[in-house]
Design a protein around this ligand. Sequence first.
Ligand code: ARG
Length: 270
Amino acid sequence: MRSYLKHLKRSAAVGAVALAAFSLQPGSATAAPEPTPSGGSHTKVVGGTKAEQGEYPFMVRLSMGCGGALYAKDIVLTAAHCVDGSGPNTDITATAGVVDLEDSKAITAKSTEVLQAPGYNGKGKDWALIKLDKEIDLPTLKIAEDDKLNNGDFEIAGWGADKEGGDQQRYLLKATVPFVDDDACKKAYGDQLTPGDEICAGKLDTGGVDTCQGDSGGPMFRKDDSGAWLQVGIVSWGEGCARPGKPGVYSEVSTFAKDIQKAAGDLGGS
Ligand code: ARG
């Protein structure tokens, strides 16, 4: 069933097919009109608030309507379902260094090559690397190499929809979501979940806080023991957004750390 739905969303990228509940469909590339000047008091990402300029300097917006994080100065880590396979690719624009996508100080770079997770078939393995045509001089985000910190509260951020069916955002939104263990997440999603490949997060009882369409590929992260940001997840999918009992599902970065490091080496990242 998931693979059928994934086909649906591929065609949705071209046509106007209704979003499936389990859609991994990235958000449309166009940002929403300017929100009310007061901004911050509105609850949005779903249930989040505006990030401060420079707060998450590794955050990247990708032109196909996804998020990403700077893995190296010239490599973005994103979701496999945000890209169309591996190989030379000059179609993607990465925007970084700003919370406001229309800020004239935005740094942009073009893709030169994409590396989609080997064996990606729509279930699990939802990671990809995008090589950029130049280095972006901003802090990169370290990835978790083991599962020690795959617990606690996580930060999420993105320019995706602020509610199910909502608009893409001009300003970066952020929120905090608690870890949900595999057993609880399996209760929500059954065999659709690939526990070794995926880590879940969200407020199971109440819902209300989550990533949503257009946040895909962006990082889920927390502080490590030294106080540095550490990426533990990649926004992947969920049933709707922020529904009670339906947590967000993220690629489990620690599972793929070795593969990601090797792939980045193959891309010649700096
Ligand atoms: N697949 C979506 C995207 O492409 C992300 C969905 C995340 N959903 C959730 N409920 N956390 O942007």
